[in-house]
Design a protein around this ligand. Structure first.
Ligand code: B12
Length: 220
């Protein structure tokens, strides 16, 4: 499996969409765990792309190619993820990247993994106002409001979710789950979250716990 994961990381870093798709098919044909393939393959590749971008060795076009390669491969893996789960919906989640923030790759991985775990997920995309996120959650009677922030500047909008829900008198109608690269656990709970996930696997674990927890705003 290690060799295949290395090749997936490599294809993602190179932004080779054709190879990224072919490798996703190969991994499924060999019956590899699609969760591992995403986390240790494509997401790992994007981390490396992030480092290269930070070191000014990669620029926008390379980053976008890598992102497209990963997104295309996720489409191949998605049905296989769903195959492993059965039964009805585990719960309803509204997810978005917070306003001012266009980074949606991490949020998309989280969404795919949550769907694979049986959740019904309403994805509002990126750059979504907190008020719109809350309105959607009310409309679909969501159990969980999940928000992603990748910029330290946009993180600042996250506490507004709990604040506005409280002002509307509906704080106890929803669980809040926060995540994204600059968001750390302690900060998330201070911002009023009920749950946090460092990566997509933890996001799924947290969402499952939130569905059975009874207290709102509980500390970890
Ligand atoms: C790709 C990228 C872009 C792409 C985004 C494409 C897209 N569709 O997403 C583009 C080119 C558009 C872009 C633009 C910009 N970017 Co940019 N970008 C990145 C880059 C290289 C990778 C981010 C990424 O996708 N990582 C991979 C994903 C899989 O990881 P992730 O997002 O962290 O998600 C995981 C976890 O955080 C978690 N998670 C994520 N969301 C959620 C949600 C919940 C609920 C939970 C539980 C968990 C969870 O699970 C995910 C999977 O494991 C980073 C560099 C880096 N090292 O990260 C810079 C980076 C984030 N960008 C940065 C900046 C500054 C910008 C720009 C301002 C650049 C500019 N000057 O124009 C603009 C801002 C545009 C905007 N308004 O948003 C800075 C941010 C600095 C900061 N501290 O705020 C970074 C860190 C680069 C740097 N070193 O300077 N960027």
């Amino acid at each position: 499996m290690k060799d295949l994961l290395d090749r997936i990381v490599n294809a993602t870093v190179k932004g080779d969409e054709t190879r990224a798709i072919a490798l996703a098919h190969e991994a499924m044909a060999k019956d590899f765990d699609p969760f591992k393939v995403i986390q240790q393959g494509y997401a790992r590749g994007m981390e490396i792309v992030g480092d290269l971008f930070a070191r000014l060795e990669y620029f926008l076009p390379e980053v976008m190619l890598a992102a497209d390669a990963m997104t295309a491969a996720l489409e191949v893996l998605k049905p296989h993820l769903q195959d492993r789960e059965n039964g009805g919906s585990s719960g309803t989640i509204v997810i978005a990247t917070i306003q001012g923030d266009l980074h949606d790759l991490g949020k998309n991985i989280v969404k795919v993994m949550l769907e694979a775990a049986g959740f019904t997920v309403y994805d509002m995309g990126a750059d979504v106002a907190v008020s719109a996120l809350i309105a959607k959650a009310q409309e679909v009677e969501a159990d969980i409001i999940a928000a992603s922030a990748i910029l330290t500047t946009t993180m600042a909008h996250m506490p507004d979710i709990a604040k506005i829900l409280a002002e509307l008198g509906i704080r106890d109608h929803f669980r809040i789950m926060l995540g994204g690269a600059p968001v750390i656990r302690e900060w998330a709970f201070q911002a009023g979250a009920d749950g946090y996930g460092e990566d997509a696997a933890e996001a799924v674990e947290t969402a499952r716990q939130l569905m059975v927890s009874t207290s709102i705003g509980a500390q970890p």
